[in-house]
Structures are given as C-alpha cells and as structure tokens.
Write a protein that binds this ligand. Sequence first.
Ligand code: NAP
Length: 290
Amino acid sequence: MNLLDGKRCADSLIADIAKQVARHVDAGLRKPHMTVVLVGHHAPSESYVKSKVTTCTLSGFESNLIRLPKTVTEKELLWLIQQINTDASTDGVIVQLPLPKQINAQRVINAIAPEKDIDGFHPANFGRMALGQKAFRPATAYGICKLLQFYQVPVAGKHCVVIGRSNIVGKPISIMLSNDFDIGNATVTLTHIETPRELLLEETRRADIVIVAVGIPGFVTPDMVKDGVTLIDVGINRLENGKIVGDVDFPAVAPKCEWITPVPGGVGRMTVAALMINTLMAYQNNFELA
Ligand code: NAP
C-alpha cells in the first residue's frame, strides 16, 4: 500500500507557484490577489477559509477575506460580487459554500465573472472544461488529477468508478478523467444514490480507480474493491468524538490498495493547491503572461 500524500504534493506545487510569482514580482508586476467571501460562522467553512488564506501567503499571493453576517440578503451579496468583478486588483474570487438558506448559491456562482471564477463552478468554466477547452477546472477535481499525476498513477485506459455526482466533485472528476486531458482518457462510471447496490458493487469490484465523494464515514469497505485498487477518498466527515475521517474505512481497506489517499492530508490539501494554480492562471491571463 502506498499513500497518495496530498500534503507532499501540495507543498511541491505551492513552492513552484511561489517561484513563478517571485519572477513576476521581480519583473515589476504586483502579486496575484485572491478575495474570499465568507458568510456567517459555519465552523468547517472557517477552517477551509483559514487554510486558503494561509496558502495564499505561502504562494506569494495577496489575499483579503470579506466577512458578511449570516443575515445578509442575496441582493447585498450579488452587489458585493459586482464590486469584486470590476476591481482590477483582484484576480480571483471565492464565495465559500455553503451559503445560508435565504441565498440561492447557483445565482451567486453565476454572478461571478468567469475570468475570476477560480473555483471553476461558473457554467462558462464548467462548460469549457467539459468541452476540453482551457478553463478554470473545479478545484477538488483538479487537485485529484494533480495528485494522480504527481505520483504517476496510470489513468489512461483504466476503469474508474466515481461514487457521488455533486456538481463540485463527482460530476467534474468524472468528466475530467474521461476527457482527453493531460490526466484523463479513463473509462469512467458515475454512480449515485439511485444506483442499485448490486450494480455499484459490480462496478467498484472491477474498478482500477475508485473515487468516493458521498459524505458517509466508512462507506467504502474492503469487500467493495479489488486488490491493487487506487482509492481516492474525498470525504471529510467529523465524528462525534471530533475525529475527521473520510468516506473509506481506511484501516480495513488500505491493505488492499496499491494507492490510497489519507484523510486528512489527502484530497483536502490538493483542493487548496488547485485553487492556487487557478489563481495564478487568472493573474497570468490578466497580464497576458500565459
Ligand atoms: P454532496 O453534494 O452531499 O453529494 C453527495 C453525493 O453522494 C450525491 O451525489 C449523492 O447522490 C451521493 N450519494 C449519497 N449516498 C449515496 C449512496 N448510498 N450511494 C451512492 N451515492 C450516494 O457532497 P459533496 O459536496 O460532493 O461532498 C462529498 C464529501 O466530500 C463530503 O464529505 C464533503 O465534506 C467532502 N468534500 C471534500 C472536499 C475536499 O477538498 N476534500 C471538497 C468537497 C467536498 P444523489 O445526487 O443521488 O443525492
């Protein structure tokens, strides 16, 4: 069993980004700038935002965090996004999800200028990504691709099963791995809650790569996978005792795996690193450097 160490890979990518930024700054340009919008005080969101802001500093970026009360209206949030869209000093913006019930998250995502949409959730970026065009790729899915690439895990020609079809993880990773990208050309099956259990087991048991993003601790058990599988665990679940675990029963399944991601220290770190790659791309697009 080999660990797909997200921290090691993310550290290496961020060091490379920081070098590129230093070269741009030495050439007289300003630093890349990320704006993060956080509504309310959702505890996991606070921790994700902190990690994004800290990683901006490590990458040589400027960042600013705009906090809004959980009572903010959709109209007020949309107005703020318009201001950020037209602010030439911001290259990329993230509106941390989830948003309170009074706000329609898709309307907010749609309001972000596609050229600043470093999360890659705007329909224009998602559509371009799906068509195989240059786009900001959804960060978690892109981070998974970068991790597989870093450890030279074979993907092309492999059978990959994705469990979970959310717009932010399952759907984009299934498209990206089946596309003719630098990391891709796999044969992908996307499963979800309506997939009959027998069909799910049939698929996962013959899969070379299983990617799980369902948000259920211990969902993937040893009987579900074959020996030598590559297992990517996207889940982040907090147990009652405060421990963070993924969607895989790690101690039981890991001995069967050729490669497996730990939680924490796997995909989560890569999501943040992918956001930094997207931010650098937004900046380089602004200065026509890319
Ligand atoms: P989500 O929006 O809740 O989607 C969960 C998906 O799992 C849905 O598509 C659902 O199917 C499917 N599902 C639920 N039960 C299932 C079952 N029994 N069999 C097959 N599919 C099932 O979740 P998400 O946003 O993708 O997040 C999933 C997990 O990943 C969460 O733990 C989240 O915290 C974590 N996450 C981690 C990162 C990271 O950076 N590591 C990033 C994002 C999310 P239906 O569509 O049919 O309901």
